[in-house]
Design a protein around this ligand. Structure first.
Ligand code: NAD
Ligand code: TYD
Length: 488
């Protein structure tokens, strides 16, 4: 029976209302059946951006009870805090397994506020456990799935949990949604939070229809999740969408990721392990922008659609490090250039025009976001210090001990003969033009030139176990921001 259901059924899903034309997304009246979103507030991303690129006749959905899977993690908790702080009556159930990355303290602001706490429920459980998931789905009118193992380096050390959550867990959620569609005769909305990493390493900003070329176990598991979601939208008429966000940073991010790792290590005077030549590029998205984009797509996205969520500043890792050191007043000699991540993707870049046309763009400039982030970690040691003990010590040993032993002080410049920097391919650096959606800006410092395009697996530095490449000095030269050890 379900196989006969169509996309049109999905289109009738949830509670739907039409806006009255360009610029009116945020002013759409709320229907009787959906009090939860009745008060669109001033900070709504729709209101903030609706005059830039409003779809002519956008469809707005409203929800009263959301199931947020992985809502105790970095981005999920920002999404939950954002929605509940609005105080519009929305109820949220968070389902989270509380892995090493899940942290109830991320939801302290919610639990400390009586109004928000009354509309919030936390359930500890696994999205791959249908006995837990399906009853929760029966109460919800939309699901946003953030739950995943999210760190590439850990997926290289051990990928099993990535598949268990990213493939089997997503399947359990989708099956539950399919059952609800059969039971209710209409689909609940399902939003899968995915990543730009599913496209693999790219030469230019990619749009949503670009081929999926994941290159790490993490990215492969996420791509598999995306494909499952697409298959359920097509086959069963599920009202399901996918967002593919850029590298995200900001408060409450686990200190395993580049920016919080380097900030917290620098605060403690510990080494900052920069992989390979440090010229890998990422498009950085502030966490509140990412949460806002997901809300925007949840409300206005078309059933079955995929939306890229670009960041507001593409940078080489070296440039990020330079800015962090500047903000922290920390010296370049903390930076150690270490053997590269195997299969390290050289560049992620998203074409954000589709989401811009839906009325959303990032709001937080990278410089501003980095300053806020550094200030937050400085002021919240009680939050991050516990995360860098216990299990962390074993992780640090496995991930970094041999690398640091094989690494050397950071030297930028003439990388041509430098195995850590990957030879000629490692020198090259581009300043690509962004394509749509971003707060376009130029790279701020002196790494420039045209990129050479290395082949897969040959991009930068030696791969494989630490210790199989020389660790000697290379010639000093240009350093990001001009104050690195090479200039000292
Ligand atoms: P995170 O690791 O901080 O949080 C993941 C959360 O999911 C944790 O609270 C964890 O306990 C929970 N979880 C893991 N497995 C689970 C399971 N089986 N059942 C229930 N809960 C489970 O990750 P994040 O950085 O907040 O990322 C959230 C989502 O956004 C992920 O799907 C990730 O792929 C995606 N994403 C992340 C980024 C980024 O830069 N961090 C960028 C784009 C997309
Ligand atoms: P990360 O935060 O792990 O995100 P992703 O792998 O999803 O992009 O890493 C961001 C970039 O920083 C990536 O190019 C790898 C690099 N990196 C380092 O150079 N050293 C580190 O210790 C870490 C964690 C990352």
């Amino acid at each position: 029976m379900t196989g006969a259901m169509t996309g049109a059924m999905a289109g009738e899903a949830s509670r739907v209302r039409r806006t009255t034309g360009a610029g009116s997304l945020a002013r759409a009246t709320t229907d009787e059946a959906s009090p939860a979103w009745a008060t669109t507030d001033e900070a709504s991303p729709a209101r903030a951006t609706s005059d830039e690129a409003s779809p002519a006749r956008a469809t707005e959905r409203s929800f009263s009870h959301l199931l947020v899977c992985g809502g105790a993690g970095f981005i999920g908790s920002a999404f939950v805090r954002r929605l509940l702080a609005r105080g519009d009556g929305t109820r949220i159930t968070v389902l989270d397994k509380l892995t090493y990355a899940g942290n109830l303290a991320n939801l302290d602001p919610v639990r400390a506020d009586p109004y928000q706490a009354a509309r919030f429920r936390f359930v500890r459980g696994d999205i791959a456990d249908r006995a837990t998931v399906w009853p929760l789905l029966a109460e919800a009118d939309a699901v946003v799935n953030f739950a995943a193992e999210s760190h590439v380096d850990r997926s290289i050390l051990d990928s099993e949990a990535f598949l268990a959550t990213g493939v089997l867990g997503v399947h359990v959620l989708l099956e539950g949604c399919r059952r609800e569609l059969e039971r209710r005769g209409r689909s609940i909305r399902y939003l899968q939070v995915s990543t730009d990493e599913v496209y693999g390493s790219v030469d230019a900003p990619v749009s949503e229809d670009a081929p999926l070329r994941p290159r790490s176990p993490y990215a492969a598991a996420k791509a598999a999740g995306d494909l499952l979601v697409a298959s359920y939208a097509v086959t069963f008429g599920l009202d399901a969408l996918v967002t593919r966000g850029a590298n995200t940073y900001g408060p409450y991010q686990h200190p395993e990721k580049l920016i919080p790792l380097f900030v917290t290590n620098a605060i403690d005077g510990l080494p900052l392990p920069l992989y390979g030549d440090g010229l890998q590029r990422r498009d950085w998205l502030y966490v509140d922008d990412h949460a806002a984009a997901i809300e925007h797509v949840l409300r206005y996205g078309a059933p079955g659609a995929v939306y890229n969520v670009p960041g507001a500043g593409e940078r080489a890792n070296r440039e990020i490090v330079a800015r962090l050191l500047e903000l922290l007043g920390a010296p370049w000699d903390l930076v150690r250039q270490v053997p590269d991540r195997p299969g390290h993707d050289r560049r992620y870049a998203l074409d954000g025009r589709k989401l811009a046309a839906l009325g959303w763009r990032p709001q937080v400039h990278l410089d501003e976001g980095l300053a806020r982030t550094v200030a937050w970690y400085r002021g919240h040691e009680a939050w991050w210090r516990p995360l860098k003990s216990g299990e962390w010590e074993e992780y640090w040993r496995r991930q970094y001990a041999a690398r640091l032993a094989a690494g050397r002080p950071f030297r930028a410049g003439d990388d041509a003969e430098d195995p850590l920097n990957g030879g000629p391919a490692g020198i090259a650096e581009e300043r690509p033009a962004g394509r749509g959606g971003g707060l376009a800006e130029a790279a701020p410092n002196g790494v420039g030139g045209e990129p050479a395009e290395p082949t897969d697996g040959e991009r930068s530095g030696f791969h494989g176990p630490a210790g199989d490449g020389p660790a000697g000095d290379c010639p000093a030269g240009d350093v990001p921001a001009g104050d690195g050890p090479g200039a000292a």
